[in-house]
Design a protein around this ligand. Structure first.
Ligand code: NAD
Length: 462
């Protein structure tokens, strides 16, 4: 089976399409089920490839907004691509799944796979419910493509569900995990490092080839594998990146003890081409919609299959410890207690460039400070809409200088561009006690002290 699956991508499908031969059409009809960060970006970008796309979600307000060209998430560049494809008549939005998938060549499942409460497994209830709905609505052969991140074996389960519900319908199941990063999602989708396609039939291979033809023609690597391999590539990649982050965060703690600077350590490591400089930024721990739940799911998959993923299990533990270390750092900088002190936090989203608050370190750090009696003010360019309900008891402000006035410590938690070139002198002059906890190492300690801060703490900097 492996040899069959590893047939060069060029033999069928794309090569034929490139020469405009064969029965394959260039414009594919695509339905994307789930219009969140991944589904919306995928649907919009597929339509930009020239395909006819309907994005489906069960949340009506989302679809109503999208029809008015209002984007329910913050993702740079998405609005323009969406607008031009709606205008071209290639992209539409619907809550009506059966109509959207009627006559579709491919139906993408892009619904959430959050951590299941209690055991850390991926919660597959949305994926399986979607598979059921697709099965009921299929009218003709279609390729059902799982874009959601799903544990090994899920695509075969999806196939079983569809087969059981509609034994008379022909279909194929394909695993096509997504690697886009929030904040750079459109760019990542249009210029991917690679596209992974777990596919096991020629017919499905040709449909996938047609869908990704614009990328193939520009020489982006498209890797064919079996279903299980594709499913595992996604988890392995995310766990590896999370490992890099946890690794440098542990090195950062050591740097603080021995008088080294983690930024220089990371730089010195990163120039080694075999290591690379990405994901080597020490900080307050990883968060977001993927790394926490995917590391946790991989650990459970390993346990279930008798192949414990001890490195990943440790990475999860280290990351929790890093967040606690940040709380201590802030407290130490405030002479051992934040009780009654005004703490100004700059940035709460899990990273800049997104409004996503899922598993953001701020969700651990800010409530801990509030719980210890701090009066917390928060500034975030796009985090308030999501963050307001998640961070009760804080005072949301929009201007860093106003938010710092009278504060006893300033904490940089997310390195938004808006916080990268602050007037440190002005900040120090308005604070009651100018102290800076720079948890993203944005500023140099010397510059902060020269600007009038009485204390500076970064991460991994002596
Ligand atoms: P999300 O929560 O932003 O979006 C999921 C959407 O699916 C929601 O809008 C929800 O209403 C909709 N939905 C759920 N069930 C539905 C149904 N039956 N019919 C129609 N709509 C339905 O999730 P996301 O962040 O886009 O992630 C989706 C998947 O992609 C996850 O498996 C995730 O791990 C993976 N992924 C996410 C990212 C990322 O950066 N967010 C990157 C790569 C992969």
């Amino acid at each position: 089976m492996i040899a069959h699956c590893n047939r060069p991508w060029t033999i069928k499908g794309v090569a034929g399409l490139a020469g405009r031969q064969g029965p394959w059409k260039e414009v594919m009809k695509i339905a994307v089920i789930g219009t969140g960060y991944v589904g919306l970006v995928s649907g919009v970008c597929f339509s930009d490839f020239g395909h006819e796309v309907v994005c489906v979600d069960k949340v009506e307000t989302k679809i109503t907004q999208l029809r008015e060209r209002l984007i329910p998430i913050y993702e740079p560049g998405l609005e323009q691509v969406l607008a031009r494809n709606v205008a071209a008549g290639r992209l539409s939005f619907s809550t009506d799944l059966p109509t959207a998938i009627a006559g579709a060549d491919a139906v993408f499942i892009a619904v959430g796979t959050p951590s299941r409460r209690g055991d850390g497994h991926a919660d597959l209830s949305y994926v399986m419910a979607t598979a059921e709905e697709i099965a009921q609505a299929l009218t003709d052969y279609a390729v059902i493509v799982t874009k959601s991140t799903v544990p090994v074996g899920t695509n075969r389960r999806v196939a079983e569900v569809v087969r059981a519900a509609r034994p008379e319908i022909e279909f194929d199941v394909v695993s096509n995990p997504e690697f886009l990063r929030e904040g750079a999602a459109v760019e990542d989708f249009m210029k991917p490092d690679r596209v992974i396609v777990g596919v096991e039939s020629d017919r499905a291979r040709d449909v996938m080839a047609a869908i990704y033809r614009p990328l193939y023609l520009r020489d982006f690597p498209i890797i064919q594998t079996g279903l299980e391999t594709a499913e595992l590539i996604k988890y392995a990649a995310n766990a590896f990146l999370a490992t890099k982050i946890s690794f440098i965060n542990e090195i950062a703690a050591l740097c603080e003890r021995v008088g080294a600077d983690v930024k220089d350590v990371a730089r010195g490591m990163g120039f080694d081409g075999q290591i690379g400089n990405k994901y080597l930024h020490a900080g307050p721990g990883y968060g977001g919609s993927c790394f926490p739940k995917d590391t946790s799911a991989l650990a459970r998959i390993g346990q279930d299959h008798g192949a414990p993923q001890r490195i990943t299990e440790t990475v999860i533990e280290v990351n929790e410890g890093v967040k606690r270390r940040m709380i201590d750092k802030i407290q130490d900088l405030c002479d051992g207690s934040v009780n009654g002190r005004t703490v100004t936090i700059l940035g709460v989203t899990f990273k800049p460039g997104t409004d996503d608050m899922r598993e953001a370190p701020a969700l651990t750090i800010v409530p801990a400070l509030v719980g210890r009696g701090a009066k917390v003010r928060v500034v975030d360019p796009h985090g308030r809409r999501e963050g307001e309900a998640l961070l009760p008891g804080v005072d949301w402000q929009s201007d860093p200088y106003a938010a710092a006035a009278g504060a006893e410590i300033l904490v940089i938690l997310t390195e938004w561009n808006e916080f990268r070139a602050l007037d440190l002198k002005r900040l120090a002059s308005v604070m009651a006690r100018p102290r800076l906890a720079d948890l993203r190492n944005v500023y140099s300690p010397a510059a902060a002290l020269a600007a009038g801060f009485e204390a500076y703490e970064g991460v991994g900097r002596a």
